[in-house]
Write a protein that binds this ligand. Structure first.
Ligand SMILES: NC(=O)c1ccc[n+]([C@@H]2O[C@H](COP(=O)([O-])OP(=O)(O)OC[C@H]3O[C@@H](n4cnc5c(N)ncnc54)[C@H](OP(=O)(O)O)[C@@H]3O)[C@@H](O)[C@H]2O)c1
Length: 302
C-alpha cells in the first residue's frame, strides 16, 4: 500500500530522462507528493551531462537522497549498427557514470533504474517472473548489461531497484501511439498470428511503481512493472478496436513487420512476453488501472 502524502519522508530526487514519456508525469507526481526534484539532461535540465563524453555537472548529486535513471536512446528505430551502439552505450555508460558518482558521495543515494521486460526470452516460453533467466537477442543483452552496470552499487550495499517495464500505454508516445493511426483509420488488425503475449502497463500505474520504489526503503532488486494480466495480440487488437469503435479486419503478416522494421520488429512487435508482476503482488501494490479496456479508454479520452 502507498503511504499518503503527509506521512511520506520528503526526499531530494534526481531524475534522468525527465523529458521523456515516463519522466514527465513522474516528475509531476514526485513534486505532488512533496519531494524535491532535480533533473539531469543532455540539454534542458537543472544539471547537464554528456554520456558519450563521460561528463556530468560537478554538483549533480549533492544532497540527493534518490536517483531515478530513465535516460536512454529510443528503442523504436531501425537498428543499424550505429543505432544499436547508441541504444546499448547510452544505457550502460549512463548507468556506470551514475554508479561511480553515487559511490563517491558520502550519503549514497538509492538508485532506481529503468529496465525492460525484454530482459526475458522473447519467444514463447510460458509465463515469466522476476526469478526467470534473461533471454536471448539484442534487447535482452541491453537489459542485462544495463542492470549489470549498477552492480558496483549493489556490491557496496546501496539500495538498487530495476523497474523492468512492460509496454507503457499512452496516446502521446510509445507503442500505442504508433498503433493509433492505422486503427483510427479503420485498417488495424492483429499482427502475425496474434497469439503473442503483450505485457502492458497503464502509464499512471507505471508512475506509481516508480513512486513506490522511491519511497519504500525496503524495496530492492528487479520489479516487473506490468499489469496483472498480459493480453495476446489478438485480444489487444480487438479491445483497441472496440474502444475506438473501429473494425480490426486487416491482419499484418509477420514477414511484413520483419521487412519494415528488421530485428527491432522481431524483438518488440512480434515478441511473445507473458510477464507476471510477482514482486508487485508480494508488496501488495494496488493497480489503479488493471484492466486493458479501461486502460485504453483512459489514455484515449484523456
Ligand atoms: N515507455 C515504455 O513503454 C518503456 C518500456 C520498457 C522500457 N522503457 C525504458 O524506460 C525508460 C523511460 O522510458 P520513456 O518511454 O520515458 O523513454 P523516452 O520517452 O524515450 O525518454 C528517454 C529520455 O532519455 C534521454 N535520452 C534520449 N536519448 C538519449 C541518449 N542517446 N543518451 C542519453 N540520454 C538519452 C532523453 O532525455 P534528455 O533529452 O532530457 O536527456 C529522453 O527524454 C527508457 O530507458 C526506456 O527504454 C520504457
Amino acid at each position: 500500500m502507498t503511504k499518503n502524502r503527509d506521512s511520506v519522508r520528503h526526499q531530494a530526487v534526481l531524475v534522468t530522462g525527465a523529458t521523456g514519456l515516463v519522466g514527465q508525469p513522474l516528475v509531476d507526481a514526485l513534486k505532488a507528493r512533496g519531494h524535491t526534484v532535480r533533473t539531469l539532461s543532455r540539454r534542458s535540465g537543472d544539471f547537464l551531462w554528456d554520456v558519450p563524453a563521460g561528463t556530468m555537472d560537478a554538483s549533480t548529486l549533492d544532497d540527493v537522497d534518490c536517483v531515478v535513471h530513465l535516460a536512454g536512446e529510443p528503442i523504436a528505430q531501425r537498428w543499424s549498427a550505429k543505432a544499436k551502439r547508441r541504444i546499448l552505450e547510452s544505457r550502460v555508460s549512463g548507468t556506470s557514470m551514475l554508479a561511480n558518482a553515487i559511490l563517491s558521495t558520502p550519503n549514497r543515494p538509492a538508485f532506481i533504474c529503468a529496465s525492460g521486460i525484454n530482459y526475458y526470452e522473447n519467444k514463447p516460453v510460458g509465463t515469466v517472473d522476476e526469478n526467470s533467466p534473461s533471454g536471448s537477442g539484442f534487447l535482452a543483452e541491453v537489459c542485462s548489461k544495463w542492470e549489470a552496470a549498477a552492480a558496483p552499487l549493489i556490491d557496496n550495499g546501496s539500495r538498487v531497484v530495476f523497474v523492468r517495464t512492460g509496454i507503457a500505454l499512452s496516446a502521446t508516445g510509445g507503442a500505442l501511439a504508433q498503433m493509433l493511426l492505422p486503427f483510427k483509420s479503420g485498417v488495424g488488425g492483429r499482427i502475425g498470428s496474434g497469439a503473442q503475449h503483450m505485457s502492458w502497463i497503464a502509464l499512471n500505474d507505471l508512475v506509481a511503481v516508480y513512486i513506490r520504489a522511491v519511497e519504500d526503503s525496503g524495496l530492492a532488486g528487479p520489479i516487473n512493472a506490468v499489469a496483472p494480466q498480459s493480453a495476446t495480440n489478438i485480444t489487444f487488437t480487438k479491445t483497441l478496436g472496440k474502444v475506438l469503435h473501429r473494425p480490426t479486419l486487416f491482419p499484418i503478416p509477420a514477414f511484413l513487420i520483419k521487412m519494415l522494421f528488421g530485428q527491432m520488429g522481431t524483438e518488440t512487435i512480434l515478441a511473445d512476453l507473458d510477464v507476471r508482476p510477482k514482486r508487485l503482488k508480494e508488496i501488495k501494490f494496488t493497480w489503479q488501472t488493471p484492466k486493458l479496456a479501461e486502460a485504453l479508454q483512459e489514455c484515449l479520452i484523456s
